[in-house]
Ligand binder design. Structure first.
Ligand code: UDX
Length: 443
């Protein structure tokens, strides 16, 4: 079997997959329509922040195991296995997934195929997409070429992409033939040898698996956030409550952190895509997931409300320092970022918002140019009337509340991520507020 692999789409998922496949010993060709991206990657530079990926890409580019191109003709000739890793964002005109990139690849690649080919979808898609791709490829490919479509969703988390690709917690192979299964088992033989659990299933189950996993994670987050709201009302403590729940193996503590809720390029659009498909089919899960989405949006509003309250209900002209802009730590991704949403809302209410994120200042500036961006937490909080902790970067945990207390205008902090130690901040004379935690002004 050929040791060559094509990876089509070199965004977050594709660039990581391509580099990791090269690391596993394959000759890999990454393909994208974006010339700028391809030029950067060919020079060994990754166009986004992901720990360790720059080093991996540059090493394999240098050693010649990883190349990039914009030519689909070259791709069609290069390999008999093509991973499709293009983006499937939310449609502009609704909640469903925009599958145009998947079908653009299909239309371009199909007629160029010159050998029997396995197309393996990794992009997150609603069930039924693979079948449509398969029908189009069969119609477009030359008559002497056989094309099969499999689906092999990925579950990588931003900030942990390499580790999640090389040592995933499970492999899902959605295949329609023993031949496709054999090819994918060969691709992933190292992970399989290392004992990674593998689920060989049909194609629709594999397509649904990714959406269902993200829907479950989103539900878990909205559940604990709903409990945070209740905790506020009954005088309970959400962090302690999450610990108690988390000791139950069936629940688990991971992914049960209350706070500002979920954002990013996956969870929000994936629950909406699943909701849209479920609603179209009349499936009850549409209602459940729609509540999950609403509950999530509510967290952003509640943090804004808390901030407005801390500004004595007159945010106009108040100086608000925002710590964190990325949708989560270890990433420069600000897509649907809860932190940036809160910062922008307060800006729109007339506050003077100054933001510091260790990595995401530039991406945030592009998305929200009217906010002020500075290069350190200290610069952000200097003269602030209120400080908001909105993305739980490790460096914020170790901030010195005494030193920062000396430069702010008012020692008032709202911890939107439960990432700070309330006692440390209160001991240093701060008013510390967080959703779902008892309000005490002194310790
Ligand atoms: C997610 C899925 O975890 C991953 O399996 C899938 O492949 C892609 O989508 P990612 O978007 O990188 O990954 O981030 P994740 O770590 O799941 O966090 C998503 C959002 O939820 C972030 O905004 C994060 O801050 C928030 N979150 C996460 C919480 O609010 N509480 C938690 O306990 C966990």
């Amino acid at each position: 079997m050929s040791e060559r692999i094509c990876v089509i789409g070199t965004g977050y998922l594709g660039a990581t997959h391509a580099a990791c496949m090269a690391e596993l010993g394959f000759d890999v060709l990454g393909v994208d329509v974006d010339e700028r991206k391809i030029a950067m990657l060919s020079a060994g530079v990754v166009p986004f922040a992901e720990p360790g990926l720059d080093e991996l890409v540059s090493r394999h580019v240098r050693e010649g195991r990883l190349r990039f191109t914009t030519s689909f003709a070259e791709a069609a000739e290069f390999a008999a296995v093509h991973f499709v890793c293009v983006g499937t964002p939310q449609s502009r005109d609704g909640d469903g997934a925009d599958l145009s990139a998947v079908f653009a690849v299909t239309e371009t690649l199909g007629p160029l195929l010159s050998q029997d080919t396995l197309v393996v979808g990794k992009s997150t898609v609603p069930p039924g997409t693979a079948e449509r791709v398969s029908e189009r490829l069969a119609a477009l490919a030359p008559p002497d070429v056989t094309v099969e479509v499999a689906w092999n969703p990925e579950f990588l988390r931003e900030g942990h992409a390499i580790e999640d690709t090389v040592r995933p917690d499970r492999l899902v192979l959605g295949v329609a033939s023993a031949e496709a299964e054999k090819t994918l088992r060969h691709v992933y033989r190292q992970s399989i040898r290392e004992g990674v659990p593998i689920e060989v299933t049909d194609v629709p189950t594999a397509e649904l698996a990714k959406l269902a996993a993200n829907a479950f994670l989103a539900t878990k987050i909205s559940f604990i956030n709903a409990m945070a709201e209740l905790s506020d009302l009954v005088g309970a403590d959400i962090v302690s409550l999450a610990d108690v729940l988390g000791y139950d193996d069936r629940i688990g503590r991971r992914g049960l952190n209350a706070g500002l809720g979920f954002g990013g390029g996956c969870l929000p659009k994936d629950i909406r895509a699943l909701t849209a498909q479920a609603a179209e089919l009349g499936a009850g899960v549409a209602q459940l997931l729609s509540s999950v989405d609403t509950a999530n949006a509510r967290m952003r509003d509640r943090v804004v409300d808390l901030a407005v309250e801390a500004c004595d209900f007159a945010p106009r002209g108040r100086r608000i320092a925002v710590l964190g802009a990325a949708f989560k730590p270890l990433s420069d991704d600000v897509r649907d970022s809860p932190a940036l949403h809160v910062a922008s809302t307060l800006d729109a209410l007339g506050a003077r918002v100054r933001v510091y994120d260790p990595v995401a200042n530039e991406t945030a500036r592009r998305a929200a140019p009217t906010l002020e961006y500075v290069d350190s937490a200290r610069d952000a909080v200097t003269d602030a009337d209120l400080v908001l902790h909105l993305t739980e970067w490790p460096e914020f945990r170790t901030l010195d509340p005494l030193a920062l207390g000396a430069v702010v205008n008012h020692r008032r902090i709202i911890d939107g991520r439960h990432g700070l130690d309330p006692d440390r901040w209160r001991l240093a004379g701060w008013s510390y507020r967080a959703l779902g935690r008892v309000t005490r002004e002194t310790v």
